[in-house]
Design a protein around this ligand. Structure first.
Ligand code: MF3
Ligand code: CO
Ligand code: CO
Length: 277
């Protein structure tokens, strides 16, 4: 049975409540998310020429921090639950939350860069895959299908649909290619909070979950493995890798449900949606 008070219409003052309800934002929320999302996309656009063999993930992190600050924002990940960096850099078999550091990018690598500028109180959360030099076809196919998973999920994002409809199309597309859909991490509501209700799972049954209503803000961020879906956590407490050491890919957009569909807040202004860029 649907819970009472599952949704709540919010204004500027009550958008930070952590009560598990799904917030329905108004025009000022859309305006705030549009600006934060655009900055996230501009940062991901600007990184393209820097993602080359020889560059370290720490250098990428420095660039993200500088561009975030230059854009008038702060990196929401900096100091988030002890995370000490301005982005996540997830290389090859790393599924998500890779920690920037001394790791040097090599020809043939694939990397996800995930940025979250916090601009005037609103979070723009987005990630893309990047190719380092010459990348084998198998890895490029994984990346293409993962991007298709994200966009198929977004096609489901409109009033009248349910959250499970998003996970269902993502799971069907990934599994049709014999890829594994990661279950341990999911998309999330966001806005003035970085991680809020609801959880947006990427494998689900169609017709299940909360119904989508205008004003809902959330991310869709499928993590798709070339091999099995299993996850292993490294001892650093952050880095999630594929249990079978296979490659993993991810794309993430922040979206808002509108009256007749959705608005993607983190679309690339330069048209750099997916590699090759
Ligand atoms: N940006 C990530 C997400 O999509 C969260 C990163 S939290 C961190 O939700 F602490 F690992 F940076
Ligand atoms: Co996210
Ligand atoms: Co993110």
């Amino acid at each position: 049975m649907a819970r009472m008070n599952q949704y709540q219409t919010v204004t500027a003052e009550d958008t930070v409540l952590r009560d598990g309800t799904i917030k329905l934002h108004g025009p000022e929320g859309f305006a705030g998310m549009r600006r934060a999302g655009r900055l996230a996309a501009e940062i991901l656009d600007a990184l393209v020429p820097f993602v080359q063999p020889g560059v370290t993930t720490g250098q990428i992190d420095d660039l993200v921090r500088q561009m975030t600050l230059d854009g008038g924002a702060v990196p929401a990940t900096l100091g988030y639950r002890g995370f000490a960096h301005s982005c996540c850099t997830s290389l090859n078999n790393v599924i998500c939350h890779g920690i920037p550091g001394d790791k040097v990018l090599r020809d043939g690598d694939i990397i996800n860069i995930d940025v979250t500028p916090l601009l005037d109180g609103w979070h723009g959360d987005s990630s893309r895959m990047y190719l380092v030099g010459d990348v084998p076809l198998k890895a490029r196919r994984l990346i293409d299908v993962t991007y298709e998973c994200l966009m198929l999920g977004i096609e489901q994002a409109r009033p009248g649909k349910r959250l499970g409809d998003i996970g269902a199309v993502i799971q069907r597309h990934a599994e049709a290619h014999r890829y594994g859909v990661v279950r341990e991490f999911c998309g999330h509501g966001l806005g003035r909070l970085f991680h809020d209700a609801p959880e947006v799972v990427h494998a689900a049954r169609a017709g299940t979950g909360p119904e989508l209503r205008p004003g809902m803000f959330f991310t869709i961020e499928p993590m798709i493995n070339l091999g099995k879906a299993g996850v292993k956590m490294l001892d650093d407490g952050w880095t999630a890798v594929t249990r079978d050491r296979s490659l993993s890919a991810q794309f993430e957009h922040s979206i808002g449900i509108t009256e007749d569909g959705c608005e993607i807040f983190t679309l690339s202004p330069a048209g750099l949606h997916k590699p090759p860029y």
